[in-house]
Write a protein that binds this ligand. Structure first.
Ligand code: PLP
Length: 425
């Protein structure tokens, strides 16, 4: 493994949690990023500052309320930059991805009836399945696209065979939070649109690991959660403006009748929104600082300003994480009794997020996660709500898999510590 492109001490110094230790002074290894990432000091500061300077409800005729409204708009602009949305009014905030998806599935469901079809995939988190399955009570038919169990890649042919003129919506994950598979969203969008269906993309797992461009993807909706990309617990929905405008929201009468406000039920997490802007700025800062390290500069030619910095950052992060993941995957595969799930072909690792899922003979996922947790190495076990994945792999009854998630602040030393601990189990 060659020298990392990032100055890891510098990157890590921005995250206060990364200096936390146990009682004996041993540092923690945060490989639980797929469940939620750590936040930089600038995010903490922005949230504290919100309470100091701008703590008010929106629409008031006084300074703290005006500051509050400015912060909300800044976070919309920040998320539009992050996702390359055409405009900030295509950004809807909510509690989290699951709540936004339930809200919008009900809204979209108003337009659907008996015999209309929705296609979901077995590779998805249940938050991108259950809200659509809830429409079955209206007579909507749900169809499930399979994945190849050998490498956990989406069975595109099967998906394509399910999408017909009766399909009104295709709901698919950008990347699997269980096994890391990255799906060909652009291709799926073209296929869905050819049949006249909308495309709903769950980008929660992908967001901290690579660049997202909703215009290039041509998805109709895309959801993500800021707590997975170094921000606070806030959910974000992108929707094409024309669709957000035409869909009828479930809203209280005095609330804004226009998008995005009409989909934002009640008072938002304003301090969280201050943190969302700061998280986006943190990432843009990486783009600025390490711009010279991006080899394929053509990748970012289409962007300017903060959007360019963000794309730069996310390509750099993807590159850094891939190298580290490659190393971890190699080392884990050398350990006897370990079965890795998902893509392992070195030539295809650009189709996998740095998320490792494995089982090991002789120890349940729960035991492994507990033993590693006791040593300050934080990994997850079970199904992480991607229950269709563990069911399809036949692992649900045996405790699922252990999931190890790298982030751009993860280091080679941490991977070595994890590997040594796993070997010693
Ligand atoms: C891929 C994926 N989709 C959806 C969710 C649900 O996100 P939220 O907690 O924002 O509802 C998660 C959470 O882990 C996830 O990983």
């Amino acid at each position: 493994m060659h020298k990392p492109i990032f100055d890891m001490d510098e990157i890590r110094s921005k995250f206060p949690a990364l200096t936390e230790t146990d009682a004996s002074g041993k540092s923690f290894v945060f490989f639980d990023g797929p469940g939620g990432t750590q936040v930089p000091q600038t995010v903490l500061d922005a949230m504290a500052d919100y309470f100091r300077r701008a703590n008010a409800n929106h629409g008031g005729r006084f300074i703290t309320s005006r500051r509050n409204d400015e912060i909300i708009e800044q976070s919309r602009v920040a998320m539009a930059d992050f996702l390359n949305a055409a405009s900030s009014d295509e950004i809807v905030f909510g509690a989290n991805m699951t709540t936004l998806t339930y809200n919008l599935s009900r809204v979209i469901g108003r337009r659907l009836g008996k015999g209309d079809e929705i296609v979901v995939t077995r590779l998805d988190h249940d938050a991108n399945i259950a809200p659509w399955a809830a429409l079955e009570e209206k007579g909507v038919v749900l169809k499930y696209a399979d994945f190849q169990t050998a490498d956990c890649s989406l069975d595109f042919e099967h998906l394509a065979s399910l999408v017909t003129e009766r399909t009104r919506l295709v709901a698919v994950g950008y990347a699997s939070n269980a096994v890391g598979t990255i799906n060909p969203i652009q291709k799926i969008a073209a296929m869905a649109h050819e049949k006249g269906a909308w495309l709903w993309v769950d980008a929660v797992h992908f967001a901290p690991h690579g660049p997202i461009d909703v215009q290039a993807l041509d998805c109709d909706f895309l959801v993500c959660s800021a707590y997975k990309f170094f921000g606070p617990h806030v959910g974000v929905l992108y929707g094409k403006h024309a669709l957000l405008k035409e869909f009828e929201a479930y809203k209280v009468r005095p609330a804004n009748p226009e998008p995005p406000g009409k989909f934002e039920t009640g008072t938002l997490n304003h301090e969280g929104l201050a943190g969302v802007s700061a998280a986006v700025d943190y990432l843009a800062g990486i783009g600025k600082q390490y711009a010279a390290c991006l080899e394929e500069k053509g990748l970012i030619d289409a962007y300017s300003g903060r959007r360019k910095l963000l794309k730069q950052a996310m390509y750099l992060i993807a590159g850094y994480e891939r190298t580290l993941f490659n190393y971890m995957l190699n080392e884990v595969q050398k350990i006897s009794g370990v079965t890795v799930y998902g893509i392992t072909d070195p030539a295809a690792l650009n189709k996998r997020c740095p998320t490792l899922a494995f089982t090991k003979t002789g120890a349940s996922p729960q035991t492994i996660a507990t033993r590693l947790g006791d040593q300050g190495i934080f990994v997850w076990d079970g199904n992480y709500y991607a229950i269709s994945v563990t069911e399809t792999l036949g692992l649900e009854k045996s405790g699922g898999m252990v999931r190890v998630g790298l982030a751009h602040y993860s280091t080679r030393e941490e991977v070595d510590r994890f590997i040594a601990a796993l070997k010693a189990l």
